[in-house]
Design a protein around this ligand. Sequence first.
Ligand code: GRG
Length: 316
Amino acid sequence: MLQKISMDQDNFLSIWKNLASKVDTHLSTCLQPQDGMPVRLLEAMRYSVLAPGKRLRPILVLLASNAFGFENTNPWPAACAVEFIHAYSLIHDDLPAMDDDDLRRGRPTCHKVYGEALAILAGDALLTKAFEVLAKSYPALAGAECCLELAKGAGASGMVGGQVEDLAWEGKPGVRGEDHPKEPTVKHLKNLHDRKTGALIRSSLKLGAIVSFASQNRKPPEDLLQILDNYGQNIGLAFQVTDDLLDVLGKCESAGKRVGKDAQKGKLTYPGLLGIEQSKLLAGELCKNAQHLASQLGPNAAPLMDLADYLVSRDH
Ligand code: GRG
């Protein structure tokens, strides 16, 4: 059970660290040996999931569920499910066929340690694990709603679609369709990131609402879901603009991955299209929009306002 999160207890960063460490415990508990599961596969899954990440998406599930103040909510399975999807996406994104990275979360990437075949399969197993955890942890209707929301956020119209769009702009052979525009605009970039990073962020928030209202045998009202969706859209873009800025301005040690890679690969980025100063202004504006939206959810949503601030001021 999640203890009520209140800002007067401590500062936001220590609340974040505390929640992240609880998330880690739940992730580890979910990833245990099962009949038929090859030991090396489990090892690769645990290697990637339990590597030190920020746990942003699980924390969004926790903070969104906390915003509604229902005492007997169990947000942990949903929090683990979104991190499994995220970990799978990172493993696949790092493969030579995609972004070809050798460093992730300060460690060698999954395929560098376990080989490409097992890395692909560890990603596949994490993707399916996410839905298993949701389906077995919640009452049938809430479980199905969670699965549907996560499938939309992670799938072809969400994260995977955004990744395809990113590869298309990068000029990856075979990815770009005949009708694909030739020159990128800020609108294209926003649309790409609304799906690539934004869709899973928005789903995480909505899963928080679904599991919270499920504790009362209810569905979350549409207007609340819409506020969370809009909030997620703003922090998702703010997160991405900041990520692009960190790739230009950041240090490899704090990023835990190679920096300066976006420009090298001719990637479509905010600093590339808008310049550094405009990108910083945009991140600030998105953060303010997000805070205004979170304020409409009432006093229990205060940590969502602090989170928006944290996302644009982070160094990794
Ligand atoms: C391969 C299906 C598929 C999708 C990949 C999310 C994604 C789509 C790729 C990640 C590549 C990337 C660097 C995207 C930019 C923003 C981002 C999602 C960074 C990583 O997320 P963080 O910063 O990572 O939350 P940690 O390690 O803290 O969890």
